[in-house]
Write a protein of this length. Structure first.
Length: 278
């Protein structure tokens, strides 16, 4: 059974994933290019299911079949995904036979948009706004890429993504990126407590605190600077885009056009009020 680390892109998912990888592996030697918690989807998940997984229709049709293959060993495992909990015709992203629970990481969309602009090499904040408002938004270089992880990812809009994962009525933990920054010990302990309740994982508080320190933003940023990060995207010239870019310094009040900020607040008013962002 799968416990999902789910989020809209640029919301802190990779940070949590590296923290948990460090904690589960019980290691001080963090390697951002060897993260033990895998992403879904990957090409090998769909072997013998379809010959053209880059076709989004084939991905949608075979998503649950791929998860059934993953779960043949009957072990609890954690996977990162940026997929929304979508429904397409008679097909769903996942189901109760394959999903044990979900840790959903959310971030103020006014800060998400500034990270999206950098990460996906958008020329303007206006284009980044179109990205997070697009209800049909997909990720993945579906025509050219042969990367293991560069497969169709149906993310939809920021609003739809957040609302979609609330379909999981039990074993659902909401984690706010801002709380991870401002009170990391309390928030990461919520995550580990949640995992312990759902699985055989057992964590010591001293190890949790050590992993929080080892995986702080500055450490991850410095490692990317020294060794690069294989999950980083590339700009239009083929150069790697900084993945661990602004982090805690990403403050929409200082760097986001007030007109764009207001449009986000109007588009996502209900969800932002629900989350305490307005």
């Amino acid at each position: 059974m799968i416990i999902w680390l789910a989020s809209y892109p640029k919301s802190g998912n990779t940070w949590v994933r590296i923290f948990l990888s460090s904690l589960i592996a019980s290691t001080d030697n963090i390697n951002i290019n060897d993260i033990k918690i895998e992403q879904f989807p990957q090409r090998y998940n769909f072997e013998n299911l379809t010959k053209n997984i880059s076709d989004v229709r084939e991905f949608v049709k075979n998503c649950i079949h791929a998860q059934t293959k993953i779960n043949l060993d009957n072990k609890v495992k954690i996977f990162k995904t940026h997929n929304a909990f979508w429904k397409s015709g008679d097909n769903y992203f996942t189901d109760t036979n394959n999903t044990l629970g979900c840790i959903y990481i959310v971030r103020d969309p006014r800060n998400v948009i500034t990270s999206i602009k950098n990460h996906y090499d958008k020329d303007t904040s206006r284009k980044a706004l179109e990205f997070i408002n697009n209800e049909k938004q997909l990720l993945g270089d579906l025509k050219n890429s042969k990367l293991e992880t560069d497969l169709p990812t149906v993310i939809s809009s920021w609003k739809n993504h957040y609302n979609s994962w609330k379909k999981i009525k039990t074993n659902y933990l909401l984690v706010k990126y801002e709380n991870l920054l401002n009170k990391p010990e309390e928030e990461f302990l919520k995550i580990t407590d949640f995992l312990e309740k759902l699985s055989s994982f057992k964590f010591k508080k001293d190890d949790i605190i050590k992993s929080i320190k080892n995986t702080n933003f500055d450490n991850l940023k410095n490692q990317e600077k020294e060794k690069g990060f294989k999950e980083a995207t590339k700009d239009k010239f083929g150069n790697p885009v900084k993945f661990f870019n602004l982090g805690p310094e990403n403050n929409w009040k200082k760097i986001l056009d007030p007109i764009i900020a207001k449009e986000i607040e109007v588009s996502f008013e209900h969800e932002m009020k629900e989350l305490g962002y307005l």
